[in-house]
Design a protein around this ligand. Structure first.
Ligand SMILES: CC(C)(COP(=O)(O)OP(=O)(O)OC[C@H]1O[C@@H](n2cnc3c(N)ncnc32)[C@H](O)[C@@H]1OP(=O)(O)O)[C@@H](O)C(=O)NCCC(=O)NCCS
Length: 155
């Protein structure tokens, strides 16, 4: 059985290893540390179903008034495509809702098919594009802005 807990400073090495193994453009140590030290951000780790202390994923989110933001969601490469991304995302939704979020926003690289499909399957809809937002292997890549909840008036 996998379980979640709040990220600790002592998790940083393991989290950064997962991060660097999974992303083409991983977050820096300073960025993760910054979130850990920011009371508005909530940082989580997902533990292996086999080794209770092994970190196999992490997520960072925040709430500002009634708006939740998923800032990072990452599953270790060897653990991908086994349902853990969806499990972690569902956990983050529960947390954001407990903290008062009525709608949730996130940004995803336009070429990140796996994440985009995951988010669509959990009720997100595209509400915008930030052109050339991310650095890419060659040039820049657009960010798609996705929203979950709070869209009823627009539909
Ligand atoms: C995106 C990510 C979190 C998905 O995690 P995961 O554990 O592999 O995903 P799951 O096994 O829970 O799959 C959930 C859904 O995601 C989609 N998905 C996952 N991998 C996919 C792939 N390679 N291609 C297309 N869709 C995919 C599917 O819709 C899948 O649902 P299904 O299994 O019912 O078809 C993971 O690929 C990851 O960590 N990537 C690197 C970091 C990243 O890009 N994070 C998102 C930043 S916005």
């Amino acid at each position: 059985m996998s379980r979640f807990r709040h990220m600790r400073e002592s998790d940083l090495d393991a989290v950064l290893k997962v991060e660097r193994g999974a992303y083409s453009h991983p977050w820096s140590e300073a960025s993760v540390r910054n979130c850990l030290g920011n009371s508005q951000d909530s940082c989580w780790v997902l533990l292996s179903p086999e080794e209770p202390e092994e970190i196999i994923g992490h997520a960072i989110c925040s709430v500002i008034f009634d708006e939740g933001h998923v800032l990072n969601l990452c599953i270790a490469r060897d653990w991908q495509q086994q349902g853990f991304g969806r499990l972690l995302l569902d956990h983050i939704h529960d947390q954001l809702q407990k903290e008062g979020a009525e709608k949730i926003f996130l940004e995803v690289r336009s070429g990140n098919r796996a994440a985009y499909e995951l988010y669509l399957s959990r009720g997100y809809r595209q509400v915008g594009v930030r052109k050339n937002y991310y650095p890419a292997a060659e040039g820049r890549e657009d960010a798609l802005v996705l929203q979950r909840g709070g869209l009823e008036l627009m539909e």
